[in-house]
Ligand binder design. Structure first.
Ligand SMILES: Nc1ncnc2c1ncn2[C@@H]1O[C@H](COP(=O)(O)OP(=O)(O)OP(=O)(O)O)[C@@H](O)[C@H]1O
Length: 705
């Protein structure tokens, strides 16, 4: 086991060089955030950093954990195959995660050796709560879909420059300071005359200044300047509320889902995130409701902005229908118009064209004025215009009579511009309000999202446990493993149902007739379930040492220092590979506590020699009081002939074939019983399934038994 270390900065983490540290800081915003992500095991977020894959992220988090806790994954999982079982277990558990965060964080759970009993105990304590949470909420579809919408906050995006805002100052010294603070987000200009101010201001919808000296002069009516005293020291949300809002708006769905998840957990009666009270949750919900995903003011949250937006959106249509209305009305009036001229009038007109024009115009003016006035009023009522806005339309229709009547587009454009500026100003105020609240709630937001993500970590384990009906094992003193109604998870996830097994090795209260043999040979029928039982033992032992519940109705286990699982080798090995296998096994000779599970080691060489090697290994193991071993073998008789030690032989036996020609197997081993491999049953099955030449072939083989 390694010495415990403390990690206080990215520099303390081996493997993170300067370049990588920069990427971490860029991604997480600050070094503190980056460090927190690593220490919290946020594999999902770390994997998103450019040039960091999931594998690296997992190994980095594991490495840091192992430095802090002084334990590595390999400390308990002593062989590649035990590591494989652990990884296959994780694959099953991970399918119960609702967030990528929890899915990846599962890699930070691993089995601890007996020396880390405190760590195992503390994880075990939290399990009851995880299972309770899962039982209450795993059937709640709304909750599950909200939880799936949560992911780590995206805080690494840089704020965009706001193009329609400018800060003006008359002081070159202030200019530098203001530029330094806000230059990245808004334009900052130096002005020295009223003309400068007007020129600068007209290009922006919002103008801010720190100095009131120059601006006390008379500004044109269309130039509005906001004076913010002590600009260098004022809060950022006043000048660029957009920054604070954008941090939230790009995470809006995540925050909203986290809020709803928090509420549902609490409504289910569970204590969750107690440091954030419901009043704060309400306030946060109200605040985030005021903005949309683009950081804009959400429609429906400010009646004045909504009114102005309606004007902007409806003005073209309203003017269009006013034109139509005016022309129709005028045409109707013209139809009924007649002109009666006196002789004198006629004479005057003959001499002067303008006279004709003025007579005609006088005749029509009354109709024209009343029609265009009606049309103009129609626009004002349709768009609910207010006094100042109506003023822009005073001259919407030309004074001189034109036919067809056409509203003056430039008037409309000026009104639109005015409305746009009003909206921009109003939005600034609205955004400032929102940003100010968000600044206060910045930590709360992080806390909520973080806690919900961590909730899913426990919830994942809880759902896994509830789905498979797992139970927490009882930790006992001494060397032993006992299982009641245990079910191999790999078989269950593949086949759905399996036959539950009772089995015990060593000193447990489940042990058969007080038999406390620690070293066992497991014999039995082909395809009887020996490998599956060995795997089942490994699964339960690994999960128990992780502090997790196990796939058994009950389990007793004495904690051990390491698990050695050796899977079945694929055939007789050549000399080199045989030597390597023996070297692999030499590790079992040390005096540490260990559980050794071995599947058909005999195939490494010829049966006689294998039996001798296996008996030698068993003898060594039996001499170590703290070791426990189960060796699956078809050579139990031969091995027992070669050993002097106290080795028990158990057996899984088949009693025959059922009507469908399947083996009738008792999957639970019989204690102290050498079960035959009964290959004759397989031959029998083939015999009964075939006919003709094949049948004759199997008949011949059968006669040999
Ligand atoms: N407890 C069980 N419940 C249901 N089916 C089981 C159980 N154990 C094993 N099986 C079934 O039996 C098959 C064979 O099991 P397994 O490979 O463990 O047998 P084995 O005894 O190791 O065989 P061999 O001696 O040929 O290596 C499994 O694939 C599985 O389908």
């Amino acid at each position: 086991m390694k010495r415990k270390e403390s990690i206080c900065s990215l520099n303390d983490i081996p493997g993170i060089g300067e370049k990588m540290a920069r990427r971490f800081i860029e991604h997480f915003g600050t070094e503190q955030n980056a460090l927190e992500a690593i220490l919290n095991g946020d594999v999902a977020s770390i994997s998103c950093i450019e040039g960091v894959g999931q594998r690296y992220a997992i190994s980095l988090v594991q490495e840091v954990n192992s430095r802090i806790e002084g334990v590595r994954v390999q400390d308990f999982l002593k062989t590649r195959e035990s590591m494989d079982i652990y990884e296959r277990l994780l694959d099953i558990i991970k399918t119960f995660a609702h967030t990528g965060y929890a899915r990846e964080k599962m890699h930070t759970f691993f089995p601890y050796p007996a020396s880390s009993r405190d760590r195992i105990e503390s994880i075990r304590i939290s399990m009851a709560q995880h299972i309770e949470h899962a039982d209450m909420l795993r059937g709640n579809e709304v909750f599950l879909s909200l939880l799936s919408g949560v992911k780590p906050l995206n805080l690494n995006q840089k704020s965009m420059k706001v193009r329609d805002r400018v800060v003006l100052t008359t002081d070159p010294k202030k200019l530098e300071k203001i530029k330094k603070r806000f230059g990245e987000y808004v334009d900052v200009h130096l002005v020295s005359s009223l003309t400068d101010v007007v020129d600068s201001a007209r290009g922006y919808s919002h103008v801010i200044t720190a100095d009131d000296d120059l601006f006390s002069c008379e500004l044109p009516e269309d130039v509005e300047v906001e004076i913010v005293p002590d600009l260098e020291a004022c809060e950022e949300w006043k000048i660029v509320p957009d920054n604070e809002i954008n941090q939230v708006s790009r995470n809006l769905q995540v925050i909203d889902c986290s809020l709803q998840v928090t509420r549902i957990i609490r409504e289910a009666g569970m204590a969750f995130l107690q440091e954030v009270d419901n009043v704060t949750l309400d306030k946060l919900e109200k605040t985030i409701c005021m903005i949309d995903e683009n950081g804009d003011v959400r429609a429906g949250t400010d009646p004045e902005i909504d009114r102005l937006a309606l004007i902007l959106g409806g003005i073209d249509t309203a003017v269009g229908s006013a034109n139509t209305f005016a022309n129709e009305e005028l045409n109707n009036a013209l139809k009924e118009s007649q002109l009666v001229l006196s002789g004198q009038d006629m004479l005057r007109m003959m001499h002067d064209n303008t006279e004709l024009q003025s007579v005609l115009e006088n005749q029509l003016r009354h109709n024209y004025v009343s029609v265009v006035e009606k049309a103009r009023k129609h626009i004002c009522t349709t768009l609910c215009l207010q006094k100042k806005e109506i003023f822009f339309l005073d001259n919407l229709f030309p004074q001189t009579i034109n036919h067809p009547v056409e509203a003056d587009r430039t008037q409309v454009t000026v009104l639109k511009q005015y409305i746009k500026e009003r909206i921009a100003k109003r939005k600034i105020e609205h955004k400032r309000q929102v940003a100010r609240s968000l600044v206060d709630m910045r930590d709360t937001i992080r806390e909520i999202v973080k806690e919900v993500l961590n909730f899913d970590v426990g919830f994942t384990i809880g759902c896994f446990s509830s789905e498979y009906g797992l139970s927490l094992p009882r930790i006992i003193e001494g060397t032993g493993v006992g299982l009641k109604n245990a079910e191999n998870l790999f078989l269950r996830s593949r086949h759905g149902t399996v036959v539950p097994i009772d089995y015990a090795v060593g000193e447990t209260s489940f042990s058969h007739k007080q038999d406390v043999s620690r070293i066992v040979l497991l014999s039995g029928v082909n395809s009887g379930g020996k490998t599956s039982l060995l795997e089942l033992l490994a699964q339960c032992i690994i999960l128990a040492h992780m502090g997790f519940p196990v796939p058994a109705a009950a389990m007793e286990v004495g904690l051990t220092d390491g698990l050695y699982y050796f899977a079945k080798s694929k055939g007789t090995l050549d000399a080199g590979a045989f030597e390597t296998t023996l070297i692999d096994f030499s590790v079992v000779a040390d005096s540490s506590g260990k559980i050794v599970l071995v599947d058909e080691l005999e195939s490494i060489t010829e049966p006689g020699a294998s039996a001798k090697i296996i008996s030698g290994i068993l003898e060594m193991l039996s001499e170590n009081e703290k070791s426990l071993a189960v060796f699956v073998s078809h050579l139990s008789g031969l091995i027992m002939e070669n050993t002097q030690s106290n080795v028990r032989v158990d057996g899984i036996e088949a009693s025959g074939l059922d009507s469908d020609l399947n083996l009738i197997v008792n999957r639970t081993p019989r204690y102290n019983y050498v079960a035959r491999s009964t290959p004759e049953l397989i031959v029998e099955r083939l015999l009964r399934k075939t006919s003709g030449n094949d049948h004759l072939f199997y008949e011949r083989l059968k006669s040999k038994f």
